[in-house]
Design a protein. Structure first.
Length: 390
């Protein structure tokens, strides 16, 4: 259902590299690059404030395009500089205290878990780890049993950075709703490669980035906060955009999720990210998800046939992230060798998800992450290149 030739012709990088690093930063489509360049050109020619005025329609479209992508309301969406700060703006604004309990999973991303550790020391709450089921994903039944009167938050990662696992976010949402517990979902690696519907998932807060599977610019992110829980999250800092100084000793927070947004921001990036969302919606998220799933599964199967290669992806449902090791060769050596051949991948280090790596006794892994513009021929070339490394 996707015109792959057209998509690849609108992706300049396809002419130069085999790009299997979409979980790091994807290749921008031409309309996204053009949107960035248009704003930057205006900033250069007429000034930053004037360029922002010219871009007002696109800036406002940021909220409506994201609302359409996530099945949210525009006033539940805000722009944040990156996914980590978007997540931080919500988490650090929660009212947590001594004796409270926060539930997460061993697949949790390093930045999030470091925030849990920091705030638990400051505020005195406890961190609980929900176990995995036999497939490696969150054990939803165990989660249901773990929740008690002091459980204040469930915070998980939808698609962890270190593998193909897709956690059962909607099932977690049902448990959160049953117990009236706040639910924070890190969707940094899921939005853009799979369909994400905040109403269906049932999350209260969702954070993500522009540079990964959405194919937007670096230095861009977004935050969704369900309007019914806005008053339960106090922004950890405010400015003259997120709040109004109403009197000498008083202020009012902005309406909706924009109370989490700074006044000063990367305007070209905001416009570029809006264009990336518009592009993804035009291609069609159901088509994108189906193709990514197919290409990734083909890559897993092909790599499994290479001597010495072990694929380490968990879960009943898998994403476009494929992680593997090859006996006797360090992940960095493999990644460097591939890069010398014009093939882009990342290395997933132990420090990115220490609980998961240590539980499974894994070293650093090669992370290959495909997208819908990748092809079966590229999968073949990639596997041949991995096989040839000695």
């Amino acid at each position: 259902m996707i015109d792959i030739e057209k998509v690849r012709s609108e992706t300049a990088g396809c002419k130069h590299v085999l790009h299997f690093n979409n979980a790091g930063a994807s290749l921008m489509p031409t309309p996204v690059f053009d949107a960035l360049r248009r704003v930057l050109r205006d900033e250069n020619e007429v000034g930053g404030y004037e360029a922002e005025r010219r871009a007002q329609d696109d800036i406002q479209a940021f909220y409506t395009e994201f609302a359409g992508l996530l099945n949210a309301n525009p006033d539940e969406i805000t722009y944040v500089e990156n996914a980590t700060r978007a997540w931080d703006m919500a988490f650090y604004g929660l009212d947590l205290g001594p004796g409270d309990r926060v539930i997460t999973h061993q697949s949790e991303y390093a930045s999030n878990y470091l925030a849990f550790l920091q705030q638990s020391r400051r505020l005195g709450f406890e961190i609980d780890l929900v176990p995995s089921d036999e497939s490696g994903q969150i054990d939803v039944e165990a989660l249901d049993r773990m929740i008690g009167p002091k459980t204040k938050l469930i915070a998980i990662t939808h698609v962890p950075t270190q593998g193909g696992l897709v956690n059962p976010a909607a099932e977690v949402g049902k448990v959160a709703k049953k117990h009236s517990v706040l639910y924070l979902l890190d969707a940094c690696q899921s939005v853009g490669q799979i369909q994400v519907d905040v109403r269906e998932i049932g999350c209260d807060i969702l954070s993500g980035t522009g540079r990964k599977f959405l194919r937007g610019p670096r230095g861009t992110g977004f935050l969704y906060v369900r309007k019914e829980i806005l008053d339960r999250v106090d922004p950890p800092f405010v400015d003259l955009h997120s709040a109004t100084w109403t009197e000498a000793n008083g202020y009012e927070l902005a309406d909706g999720a924009r109370r989490f947004q700074n006044w000063e921001s990367y305007v070209a990036g905001r416009v570029g990210l809006m264009e990336a969302v518009r592009y993804a919606r035009t291609v069609g998220m159901s088509h994108i998800e189906a193709r990514v799933t197919e290409i990734a599964q083909g890559l897993r199967e092909a790599l499994s046939g290479v001597g010495g290669v072990s694929v380490h992806d968990l879960g009943q449902r898998k994403s476009g992230i494929v992680t593997f090791t090859r006996g006797g060769i360090e992940a960095k050596v493999i990644a460097d060798s591939l890069r010398d051949q014009g093939i882009n991948v990342s290395v997933a280090p132990v420090t990115a998800a220490r609980l998961d790596f240590e539980t499974r006794k894994l070293p650093a892994m090669v992370r290959a992450s495909v997208h819908y513009f990748n092809t079966r021929d590229e999968v073949g070339r990639f596997v041949d290149a991995v096989q040839a490394i000695s």
